[in-house]
Design a binder for this molecule. Structure first.
Ligand code: FJE
Ligand code: FE
Length: 294
């Protein structure tokens, strides 16, 4: 590593309400940080029944759901359905259109992260698709007090099987007390860290430690150094990076295109059940049927 990246901005993600009674700590996608190319949203969510994220559409990007605790059941308008549990990841390509529900499964609180990754204009209208990886199948390795789970990309000699349309790295590091991480990140990519547990010193050893629910935007460089200076607490953080797309972004909630005209067309497609939204006409999730929602 020649030039370690430094922290250029720090955000504390405070809880806010989203969906139907769910709570999210949103870091990317809020007013102060609208877009961090190619990332549109990062939500740390916490939800228990009957709250959840009932039937809603997406177009023009990917959602990556990574579970920390509990489980989420998803169902979509094509009949695709499944439950993701702690440690599992769902990498969903909305492409031209998905309508689905995401609801907590089982008792207790379900917690996790949802990242929205933008797509290049040429990929926005591709067929929707899913990549689901169970916890036991996630590439994972340990060395010198550092454990990494590789959700996307590669680290410490192991590689994720996930195919990312927009080149992306998504790493989940756990660092034992007094441990240190040195991880290369392509110099041309945008990258950030998000702290899940414990406290870490990011970028330079003299910096103040940063705790849970903080997002750290990283400046230019070819890698990241992180220290766990604690004597007794492990540090867990995500390191996420991606190739900046560099195209205009036009967004209306869950629709992300390049121009306002494309957004108008998308609203029209959704309302008229056209161009990828055909199956939404006669569909309602079982979760909504069970709740008796009209
Ligand atoms: C959405 C409001 C929403 N963060 N984290 C508006 F709540 C959502 C949405 C989610 C979501 C779902 C999960 Cl499982 C986790 C989330 C927002 O579903 F898409 C729009 N447009
Ligand atoms: Fe969704």
């Amino acid at each position: 590593m020649e030039k370690p990246r430094q922290v250029v901005r720090k955000f504390l993600a405070r809880p806010q309400h989203e969906g139907a009674g769910a709570v999210v700590r949103r870091s990317i996608g809020r007013f102060e940080l609208r877009y961090f190319d190619p990332f549109l949203v990062l939500d740390e969510f916490s939800v228990s029944a009957p709250a959840g994220f009932p039937d809603h559409p997406h177009r023009g990007f990917e959602t990556v759901t990574y579970m920390l605790e509990g489980a989420v059941t998803h169902e979509d308008f094509e009949g695709h359905r499944g439950t993701i549990k702690a440690g599992d990841v769902q990498w969903m390509t909305a492409g031209r259109g998905i309508v689905h529900s995401e609801m907590p499964a089982g008792p207790g609180t379900s917690r996790g992260l949802q990242l929205w990754v933008n797509l290049y204009s040429g990929n926005k209208m591709i067929e929707p698709g899913y990549q689901e990886i169970q916890s036991k199948d996630i590439a994972c390795t340990s060395a010198d007090g550092v454990t990494v789970r590789v959700i996307a990309g590669h680290a410490m000699g192991v590689r994720s099987p996930v195919c990312t349309r927009t080149p992306t790295m998504y790493l989940d590091f756990t660092v034992r007390p007094r441990g240190v991480v040195r991880q290369p990140v392509l110099a041309s990519w945008n990258a950030f860290a998000y702290v899940l547990e414990g406290e870490g010193v990011f970028g330079a050893e003299r910096c103040a430690p940063v705790g849970a629910h903080h997002l750290l935007l990283l400046g230019q460089g070819d890698g990241l150094e992180v220290w766990n200076k604690s004597d007794d607490r492990p540090l867990r953080f995500l390191l996420i990076g991606g190739e900046p797309i560099g195209e205009p972004v036009a967004q209306l909630g869950p629709f992300v295109m390049n121009t306002e005209e494309e957004i108008d067309m998308t609203v029209n497609d959704f309302e008229c059940y056209a161009n990828g939204f055909e199956k939404a006409r006669h569909w309602k999730s079982q979760a909504m049927v069970a709740l008796g929602v009209e």
